[in-house]
Design a protein around this ligand. Structure first.
Ligand SMILES: [Zn+2]
Length: 708
């Protein structure tokens, strides 16, 4: 399956690599780029300082009532805002997503700093959060320790003398990828404990390719001058790090490290294959390793990885396991040792003396990402705390900003969406009866979890000590790794949260069959638990229903009700679906924001179907929620009108012409204005606003697209 729902540009991956252990938002990008099963997106969330009571609910702001809704619904709903909003200096766009990230980041920053200042009781969640942050901020203490915190690890690397001891050490680097699918640049294989692709009853070990300091395989294999230059700069960076580590002859050694990484890159699957879930589904038994991948001393490797008793594995890219294992035998032990030293420094750069972090920024920040200056220490400390203690920070965040009543209300809305979607499936004309049964079973099994986990991670076994940034980071990693490995002995848990509640976003897990909507995304104007219900359904409801629909569309139909791989649409279903969708392609092809460029309807089809489905399902759910009672008129707008305005306001955005052109050329989502135009296909929008022939957005009934 191809990742969906977020940018996949090279810029994103480069900056993601640099920020990979610091910024949660950037982490999301990494997840999207590498995920086979998780789809992460960031919603647009607007701020509201306080939860408003209904009587005080502001009328949805930013409208331009001088514009006729039927002529330009996007500008009717957003004209006031569009007229005053400005793109911040240095940015190419501005939207509610940017505002919300800033708002949410501010809240999280304050919570963490308050915890650090409060000196809370030892062992409490607040103490761990506060002390983790304070330790990370203690730059003098970090500087004073010099490189001594690495002494034991460096001694272990120095003690490597042969294939067996190298294999054993490599095993210790197999960290649990705690967010599930973060790309691993500093250890040769990535680990994820999750159910099997075809076995929903047991958690197994998923292993995938890793160990490259540059973001992409092509960075190593492309012979163009541009890539050769990048590699030369990377080699200089490796040499600089080895020099900081007081390793003699750093230039020559850096050349060997780079050449080892080039050989590792050669074993990587091509990008399209690496992301193809059907090609990832390669079950191996433990006994297969020495036969299929000779070279590594696998007993030593798995024992030190904590996987000594494990019998079942899924190898996402067999060429990498086979290839890297062979390199363990064929490459010089010294090159491997320098490779490990270099990546050890890279891994802990943020909690080592400034010289290490500065060199890391010089390459990943400046050269790869084009950043002018390093992020403030405080921002890195906040992000590191969020990364190490995500659900601890999440508890502080939700306690203040997303109380149980908000969770309960959002869960009711999710229930209405499921009920509405079920009715839509049963009424479909293009889906065969047997396929409908499967869709219905999948919908019944789907876990939609809102706000925050029903059970939080118990951090009591994790000791966080003020003044010990390095060990705190190491202990937190060890804690999460053990927690991950423990899942191998536990039942498959369909409600394991793959995203922090304080991150504005959502995750679709096809396997297991679950979707997660965070507390940080369920805030005004998307969702206000004390506010206007029509707006909640039109905004957050439509967004949630969009994501739910992906579990049943061309993306999701390859996973069944229990998250097992295997398509359940018939060829006939697919043909009929495409026939129904053709009309939408034609409709979107007519959108031409510039004289020389129009929308490519096929490119944005899957996402646009999800937009329309989300809108229809959310509307049905809104009607259900009224239970036959008429809604209030607020600010002169009926409930129906507020529902559609809230939908159009989801897509509020201003951007430079260059950014818009780039979006049209590369994005699988329509520009906001046209996403808002989904209303043209919804009969109830015509009723709500008395849209009539002659209005510019008017479509004859037979021209309105009906798919789900
Ligand atoms: Zn989508």
């Amino acid at each position: 399956m191809q990742p969906k729902d977020a940018g996949t540009s090279a810029d994103a991956s480069a900056s993601a690599n640099w920020f990979r252990s610091s910024s949660p938002a950037m982490k999301s990008l990494v997840i999207v780029r590498t995920a086979a099963m998780a789809v992460v997106f960031a919603w647009v969330v607007l701020l509201s300082a306080a939860v408003a009571v209904l009587a005080q609910t502001p009328i949805r702001d930013g409208l331009d009532r001088s514009i006729k809704p039927g002529d330009d619904f996007f500008r009717y709903a957003n004209g006031g805002w569009l007229g005053t909003a400005e793109i911040p200096a240095g940015q190419s766009s501005y939207d509610t997503r940017a505002i919300v990230s800033e708002k949410t980041n501010g809240r999280v920053r304050d919570l963490i700093q308050e915890a650090a200042a409060s000196r809370l009781p030892k062992g409490s969640v607040g103490q761990k959060v506060g002390d983790y942050f304070a330790s990370f901020m203690d730059e003098d203490g970090i500087e004073a320790r010099k490189l001594t915190p690495l002494a034991d690890e460096l001694a272990l690397i120095s003690a490597i003398t042969n294939k067996a001891s190298l294999s054993a050490y490599l095993g210790t680097t197999l960290n649990g990828e705690v967010e599930g699918l973060v790309s691993n640049s500093d250890h040769i294989f990535g680990l994820w404990v999750n159910q099997g692709f075809e076995d929903a009853d047991h958690n197994v070990v998923h292993l995938w390719q890793g160990g490259l300091g540059l973001p992409d395989r092509d960075n190593y294999l492309d012979s163009s001058p541009k890539m050769s230059e990048l590699r030369a700069k990377y080699q200089t960076h490796i040499a600089a790090v080895l020099k900081v580590a007081s390793i003699a002859d750093s230039e020559t050694r850096a050349a060997h490290v780079l050449s080892l990484e080039i050989r590792i890159a050669n074993t990587f699957a091509p990008d399209a294959d690496a992301a193809d879930v059907f090609k990832q589904n390669n079950p191996w038994k433990r006994a297969d390793f020495p036969v299929k991948a000779p070279g590594m001393e696998w007993d030593a490797y798995f024992k030190s990885a904590g996987l000594g008793g494990q019998s079942d594995f899924i190898i996402w890219q067999p060429s990498a396991v086979t290839g890297v294992s062979a390199l363990v035998a064929s490459e010089s032990i010294d090159a491997w040792k320098d490779y490990l030293r270099f990546h050890l420094f890279e891994h802990y750069a943020s909690v080592l003396p400034k010289a290490v972090a500065a060199e890391r920024f010089a390459f990943y920040g400046s050269i790869l990402s084009g950043a002018q200056q390093a992020p403030e220490r405080k921002e890195l400390a906040i992000a590191a705390t969020n990364g190490a203690l995500g659900q601890a920070v999440g508890q502080l965040y939700t306690k203040r900003y997303f109380p149980p009543e908000a969770k309960a209300k959002a869960q009711v809305m999710a229930g209405d969406l499921i009920t509405a979607y079920r009715a839509r499936i049963s009424n479909l004309t293009w889906m065969s009866p047997t396929t409908k049964e499967k869709a219905d079973a999948k919908l019944s099994a789907l876990e939609v979890i809102v706000g925050y986990p029903n059970t939080w991670i118990d951090y009591s076994a994790l000791d966080i000590v003020r003044g010990d940034a390095f060990e705190n980071m190491r202990r937190a990693e060890g804690f999460l790794r053990l927690r991950n490995l423990a899942k191998l002995k536990q039942a498959v848990e369909p409600v394991e949260w793959p995203i922090n509640p304080q991150t504005p976003g959502a995750v679709i897990m096809f396997s297991p069959n679950a979707e997660f909507f965070t507390a940080a995304i369920l805030q005004p104007p998307y969702f206000d638990s004390m506010g206007d219900s029509a707006s909640n359904y039109g905004s957050a409801g439509a967004g949630m229903a969009h994501e739910i629909s992906h579990s049943f569309d061309e993306l999701g139909n390859i996973y069944d009700a229990r998250g097992r791989l295997g398509g359940w649409w018939t060829a006939e279903d697919r043909d009929q679906y495409h026939a129904a969708a053709a009309k939408l392609v034609t409709q979107m092809n007519t959108y031409c924001p510039f004289a020389d460029i129009c929308i490519n309807g096929k490119q944005v089809l899957t996402e646009s179907i999800a937009d329309l489905t989300g809108l229809l399902v959310a509307h049905d759910a809104y009607v259900l929620s009224l239970k036959g009672k008429p809604d209030l008129v607020i600010g002169g707008l009926s409930g129906e009108q507020r529902f559609f305005v809230a939908f159009a306001q989801r897509w509020r955005k201003i951007q430079s012409e260059a950014a818009l052109r780039k979006q049209i050329a590369t994005d699988t989502h329509l520009p906001g204005e046209y996403r808002s135009n989904s209303v043209r296909n919804v009969d109830d929008w015509y009723k709500a606003y008395d849209i009539a022939p002659g209005d510019k957005l008017y479509l004859k009934s037979e021209d309105r697209v009906r798919i789900w």
